[in-house]
Design a binder for this molecule. Structure first.
Ligand code: FES
Length: 206
């Protein structure tokens, strides 16, 4: 039962796990896709929570890049039409389809839609890559269909390697998984049609 698996978190353990998995997750992600650093602020600024600019010109449809923001991995995914259709397909399979119970930050109002993205660019998904169970970094499993550790009707999404929580292509957790909530969506905005800023929107910095 889901409730049996969601135990009160030991704060020290959780902090350690998040720090460890963030470091490991970013290192792992760079083997999949290159770090976007062309617009990245200095390390000191990032540590202080400065917004992070991401160049989207090389982010091909169906691919993902990972950047660091406030010491956490942030996924930026350029979803294809099929991937957006998979989000709709996953609606009855996810635990909180409308993110009524956000994790550590409110879902920005402009992302309160079926794709959890800004309406002007519904293909671009921005997620904090920290599992809402114990803080591991989920890995992309965008290919739909049967494969190891996933169900035969897998629509595509993310798999947490620690305890098997799965999230759809909008970062929404599937039902009956250890993770209790959807992945966070941080504030973000488009600086142009080819660049996005993480951690800031029209209302200011997160
Ligand atoms: S940390 Fe436990 S499922 Fe992700």
């Amino acid at each position: 039962m889901k409730t049996d698996l969601v135990k009160p978190l030991d704060r020290q353990r959780r902090t350690w796990l998040i720090a460890t998995m963030v470091a490991g997750g970013i290192a792992g992600a760079t083997t999949l896709v290159p770090f976007v650093d062309s617009f990245a602020p200095p390390e000191s600024a990032k540590a202080g929570g400065a917004p992070v600019h991401v160049d989207l010109t090389t982010l091909m449809p169906g691919s993902m890049t990972t950047v660091a923001w406030r010491g956490k991995p942030v996924f930026v995914v350029n979803r294809t039409a099929n991937m957006l259709a998979a989000v709709v397909k996953a609606d009855p399979m996810v635990a909180d389809p409308h993110t009524d119970h956000p994790f550590s930050m409110p879902l920005p109002a402009y992302c309160r839609n079926e794709y959890r993205s800004r309406p002007e660019h519904p293909n671009i998904l921005v997620l904090v890559g920290v599992c809402t169970h114990l803080g591991c970094t989920p890995i992309p499993r965008f290919q739909p269909g049967a494969q190891p550790s996933l169900p035969d009707n897998w629509p595509g999404g993310f798999l947490c390697p620690c305890h098997g929580s799965t999230y759809d292509l909008a970062g929404r957790v599937f039902k009956d998984k250890p993770a209790p909530q959807n992945l966070d969506v941080p504030r973000f905005m488009f600086a142009s049609s080819t660049g996005v800023i993480i951690g800031k929107d029209e209302h200011g910095e997160a």
